[in-house]
Design a protein. Sequence first.
Lengths: 250, 419
Amino acid sequence: MLKIENLHASVDGKKILKGINLTVKPGEVHAIMGPNGSGKSTLSNVIAGRDGYEVTAGSVSFHGQDLLAMQPEERAWAGVFLAFQYPVEIPGVNNVYLLKAGLNARRRHQGLEELDAMEFMQLVREKAKMVGLDPAFLSRGVNEGFSGGEKKRNEIFQMAVLEPSLAILDETDSGLDIDALRVVAGGVNKLRAADRSVVMVTHYQRLLDYIEPDLVHVLVDGRILKTGDRNLALELEKRGYDWVREEAHA
Amino acid sequence: MPELAKFRKDAWEAFEQSGLPTTRQEEWKYTSLARIGSTLGETWWTAAAPASLADSDIEALAVPGLDAWRIVFANGRLLQGATKLPDGASLTPLSELLADNEQQAAKALGWEADAPLFNAAIAANSALAEDGLCLCLADGVKLDKPIYMLHIAVGKGASHLRHGLWLGRQAEAHVIEHYAGVNEEPGLTHAVTLVHLGEGAQLNHDRLQDESLKQFHLGRLDVSQSRDSNLTSHAIALGASLSRLDIAVSLAEAGASCRLNGLYMPTGRQHCDHHTQIDHRAPHCTSREHYRGVLDGRAHGVFNGKVIVHKGASGTDSAQSNANLLLSDKAEIDAKPELVIHHDDVKAAHGCTVGQLDDKQLFYLKTRGISDEEARQMLTFAFADTVLTGISLMPLRRFIEKAAFSKLPLGMDAEAMLG
């Protein structure tokens, strides 16, 4: 589904990613862990197509398509979703309107009928319930006046409505208290499916207590230095990241 | 000579002497009125011929679904609306007052002999206004429906209007001034509204200028406020080839407050100028001002917001903000907040921004599957709508939102967006 080969990327001329290789198969959940500044968020942003990230070498293919050649909205239509580390507030753009426009744009590109207002509202209510989002938030401006936790929950809610085939969760656990984390993780777990993959980018292993990954990768200095299973995350929690670096250089 | 006639004659002479303001005057630095004369001719002030309009023409321009007392003016003359208001309230056409009760006309419209002439443009209006509306509310009278004044310009020539809104103590009213027209020929609308708010009186005033792109528009709203009175004003400018609106509010007695909100959206080659002045003359008055502009094409916008805190106005609380969005690199805005403070112990803040759409917001929308063009339109509309959400009458707000929407570069579905 997602195949990243030898990916190099720079921001403002500074090399951040220095040869990432990663393959994610349908239905898999991958965790990418690493210390601050290792390139985790850069990787998320490059996959989603944010401006200001220059890919200097390598490739990213998604369902066999060249993802890097696509606009961010085209990536969304193809089924890529990014849950932001810091979701922006957009006062004046209604939450539900945004989702309806986004979902129907994707359906058009898939050759599907657009959902009408009633079908859509039904879907939205169902998904809001699933992730425990207060329906009052639906009619508000996108993330307008939301607390940090509410913003993260709103990201997962949007993911539930848009039903992507690849979801990138960028530090979704940061800023969440344990109750909110449980609800958000519960939402992600309910969305796990044989044809849907999830890449979780995270600093702490705490999220992995709630969402069990198939594979854990350690990203240090722009490279994946180690890959393992769930136990690798526990080891990182105990020992930090330095030993991975040392092991790689040994 | 009766006093009113003399005043109007003096006003005309004052105007004849100075002519229209020119860009050599600081207040008119960015707005040249020379085009009015060059387009409409040397006697540009010549009144437009009376026009009769079919009901269907009126309905096509009016705000639908508005439960209000409607008064219609065509080419500066009253066309419809001999409305009977509740006891203690009177709504009299200026033309009637001029014929029957000059004294009252003079009082309601600030035509007393010692009244300042403001500037030459106002002097012309003082001399030439033929019609308008005088609303007088006795103490304690509260209108339970808004008064909706629809002004329609048809054909060439000038419409000179003068309105007076006189609210007694604790009186309350909501007045809408709507300037519309589908003129194929250039014309001029020149409308001055004078307002006096008695102690504790409350006025909600919405002004929508959506005239044809051939029209010139000069407007003024002049408000004097007594103790504890409150003004909420929305000034929306969408139409006209060249428009200038002056709003002057005098917070003359303690505890008075005003809120001035505005939105201007010039596109193409439109020129749109707003000058506001708030005078804090008494202690413990509050003013809030929030103006936004969206400029596209080769449009030119001007915003000048002056706040003057006079000596003795302790406890003044004033905040002003002006934000502008430039959608085209050929569009231009001259924005100038001016804060003049002659007294200590005041709270006054102002901010002014000129910018483009926020990249982070654009990217966020696109990752949700919104195309670049649609995302730009959504954000532009959201930027403008921040001002419109303050309009309390929903049918009016929706009407303005749709009109504003139709000015954006793409034909996105307003109904869907507005929900």
